[in-house]
Design a protein around this ligand. Structure first.
Ligand SMILES: O=C(O)CCC(=O)C(=O)O
Ligand SMILES: [Fe+2]
Length: 323
């Protein structure tokens, strides 16, 4: 196997490929709620956001062919040489590895602990897609534009349904979500063959800073979600998206909805690709909540960046608690 496409820290000494361990689950029964967008049941959606902060989304109207093409294309892009990837994704896009934490300009914020996450990724702010000039990326760009339109439609529909159950004034709360300004992260998690090393993670435990996030994953698996102090495997199901509540929605909902903790396990034998969309409030929108001091997403993001630089981790919403 050639490691030419891997960032240098992932070019492992040991080339031992282990048998697939993706069946080793923490909880074998699957309790993760499923929401059907075509027959949207508001009570089920509300329950899923309160009790899990995460759900599977089916009948979302995104053609399966588009999801498959995106996955295939992402795999192809990641397989090109590391050095080429570094030159292909330039501002306002970025290519990163070892950590998902990026500065607003897209550079990696490696923390002081020296721990690296077993992941590489592309950061793609959707409003800037038209700036992609490269021939190599032109067909990927077309797919991303189509996908971005679907994601904007899904997020508006989901947000409005949530807002209804939370009794938020529809007009007033509209700008809590800026669905056409979302950003995409396309990830590849290299396989990690060192079975002795339990400390390696694709992504460490975290909450998302978004209003919510929408994930499309391949069939390898590895995403885990925390619920009542237990970790659950979020098993991949074809044509099913995963939606998770982020910090902004937790604040908007006065803590009724949970910005759920999740993490990504490394796989001992297979690479994994996932595509995650993050949607945020409109620029300058002040989030008002009985539980938190008023803040904008920019205030929040600046605090997160500061904490990662100084403490090595994100403190998150607790920084803004009102009491
Ligand atoms: O790749 C995944 O399954 C999850 C990605 C994720 O949690 C994130 O980007 O915040
Ligand atoms: Fe996440």
């Amino acid at each position: 196997m050639s490691f030419e496409s891997y960032p240098p820290p992932f070019r492992q000494q040991s080339h031992v490929v282990h048998s697939d361990d993706s069946s080793k689950t923490l909880q074998d029964f699957d309790l993760i709620p499923t929401i059907d967008l075509q027959c949207l049941d508001l009570d089920n959606l509300h329950g899923a956001c309160k009790n899990w902060g995460l759900f599977r989304l089916v009948n979302h109207g995104i053609p399966p062919t588009l999801l498959n093409q995106l996955q295939d294309h992402a795999k192809k892009l990641f397989s090109i040489p590391f050095e080429t990837k570094q030159t292909l994704f330039t501002s306002p896009f970025s290519y990163f590895w070892g950590t998902p934490a990026l500065s607003p300009s897209g550079t990696s914020l490696l923390n002081s602990s020296g721990n690296i996450n077993w992941v590489e990724g592309l950061n793609i702010p959707l409003p800037h897609l038209s700036q992609i000039q490269s021939q190599t990326l032109s067909s990927f760009r077309v797919l991303l534009e189509e996908y971005g339109n679907h994601l904007a439609r899904l997020s508006r529909a989901l947000y409005e349904a949530m807002a209804k159950k939370l009794n938020l004034d529809t007009l007033e709360s509209k700008s809590n979500l800026s669905e056409s300004n979302g950003s995409l992260r396309v990830y590849r998690y290299p396989y990690y063959s060192d079975e002795a090393d339990e400390a390696a993670w694709g992504l460490d435990v975290h909450t998302d800073s978004s209003v919510f996030s929408i994930l499309s994953q391949d069939q390898v698996g590895g995403l885990e979600v925390l619920n009542h102090d237990q970790w659950f495997n979020v098993k991949p199901i074809p044509n099913t998206l995963i939606v998770n509540i982020g910090d902004m929605m937790q604040a908007i909902s006065d803590d009724e909805y949970k910005s759920v903790k999740h993490r990504v396990k490394v796989n001992r034998s297979r690479e994994r690709v996932s595509i995650c969309y993050f949607v945020f409030p409109e620029e300058g929108r002040v989030i008002r909540s009985s539980k938190y001091k008023p803040f904008t997403y920019s205030d929040f993001q600046a605090q997160v960046q500061k904490d990662i630089k100084t403490l090595g981790y994100k403190v998150g919403l607790e920084r803004f608690r009102a009491y």
